[in-house]
Design a protein around this ligand. Structure first.
Ligand code: ZN
Length: 400
């Protein structure tokens, strides 16, 4: 199984020792799952399937950040209870993933569930002098302190994204970091523990005081607990490479004194709508649940996404859906027959395409070519459609 490692910037061969271990960062459940998210989870679903096909068990872990600033802001803005919002959207996300045929992670852990892990890890980092306290600007509660991680304690810091110091600082500020916060030792130091604020949910933090976890330590703690160091693939959308994956790796490395956090880093491209990146801030989102409610077969949505290579950025359009519907209809027609051309080359081609950097478009083209042959000239191998159907189900997650 080869995949493009965005840290090495090269195609690499994954080499799981027995069980393959994968961590893919989950959603912050304050809104429904859009096609961009779905596209990322479908990419790693192909990796999951390719490893299974290669004979590996797969230990797949995913988190869900069910308490975070955007979630609390959304709940406040709409007068919703943050827990109800998180639960509702997490359930909808699971329903969407099941409908799209995504194989479930073995562990699906929430930020709230990760609190004891984060508290333990953060206390240990403070004790070891690798994390420090920063006073909050809260005049009503003087003495309350947040906890920050000291990036200079990690000799490997910067090796995931391999950005220049200027790029790191710029990207950190763009993606939720706080380089200019007074009291920090280094502009890039990330938050580990946010001490309780008025009107915000908080959890018992032992010596840290009540508060809630930072995002990077949430993922690092969950990955360490379930996968341990040196797991095979850390995945996510390509906006996570920095700072999120850099910071999680750094936390893991400093907590354990070991490296690397993950053997490989793989990232999915962005999906655009009307030529712009699909994002909550722009409001240009195509939701999986809305498409399903409008009667579109989830298999069509899956095929529309798989028609694009996961590392490219592409536009979601109605034409994508129409083309996927046509493809599904043709496949169904061919697969409903009793005979067809030799199916073995299709199995080999789909297997080869998926195991070469998850090249779904090439896999679909191989199936299309076989389907064309069935629909134009038939074929004489009894049971061939059955083998092709099982190939499509196992490797591409499209069921008939
Ligand atoms: Zn994460």
């Amino acid at each position: 199984m080869r995949v493009f490692d965005s840290s090495e910037r090269a195609l690499v061969t994954t080499q799981p020792e027995g069980e393959a271990r994968m961590y893919v960062c989950g959603i912050t459940p304050y809104d429904a799952t859009h096609i961009g998210h779905a596209s990322t989870y479908l990419a790693f679903d192909l990796l999951h399937r390719a490893w299974l096909d290669a004979g590996h068990e797969v230990f797949y872990v995913q988190n869900v950040t069910d308490v975070d600033d955007p979630l609390l802001e959304r709940a406040n803005a709409t007068g919703d209870d943050w827990r109800a919002l998180a639960d509702r959207e997490t359930e909808r996300f699971k329903d969407d993933m099941i409908a799209l045929g995504v194989l479930a992670p073995r562990v699906f852990m929430t930020a709230v569930e990760s609190v004891p892990l984060v508290v333990e890890a953060t206390q240990n980092l403070v004790k070891a002098g690798k994390a420090y306290l920063v006073a909050t600007p809260d005049a009503q509660h003087p003495g309350r302190q947040d906890v920050y991680f000291d990036v200079t304690t990690d000799p490997h810091f910067g090796q995931v994204a391999k950005l220049s110091p200027e790029q790191m600082r710029e990207t950190f500020a763009e993606r939720g970091g706080d380089p200019d916060r007074p009291g920090k030792h280094h502009p890039l130091d990330p938050l580990l523990w946010r001490v309780a604020r008025e009107g915000e949910p908080s959890w018992e933090g032992e010596t840290l005081g009540a508060g809630r976890p930072g995002w990077h330590i949430e993922c690092a703690s969950i990955a360490l607990r379930h996968l341990g160091m040196g797991f095979d693939v850390q995945g996510g959308g390509d906006d996570l490479i920095f700072p999120h994956h850099e910071m999680s790796a750094s936390h893991g490395q400093v907590i354990t004194g070991d490296a690397p956090f993950a053997q490989h880093y793989a990232h999915a491209g962005m999906v655009r709508l009307d030529g712009e990146k699909m994002s909550k801030s722009k409001g240009n989102l195509a939701f999986v649940s809305k498409l399903r409610e409008s009667g579109i077969d989830p298999q069509v949505i899956r095929l529309a996404i798989l028609a694009h290579h996961y590392r490219t950025s592409w536009d979601w359009t109605d034409e994508n859906l129409a083309a996927a519907q046509t493809r599904l209809d043709r496949w169904k027609d061919a697969l409903s027959r009793h005979e067809g051309p030799d199916p073995e080359p299709v199995l080999a081609a789909v297997r080869e395409a998926v195991s070469t950097d998850l090249d779904a478009p090439r896999a679909l083209a191989a199936v299309d070519a076989w389907v064309d042959e069935v629909l134009t000239s038939g074929g004489s191998v009894a049971g061939a459609p059955g083998l092709v159907a099982r190939t499509i189900d196992a490797l591409l997650g499209v069921r008939f």
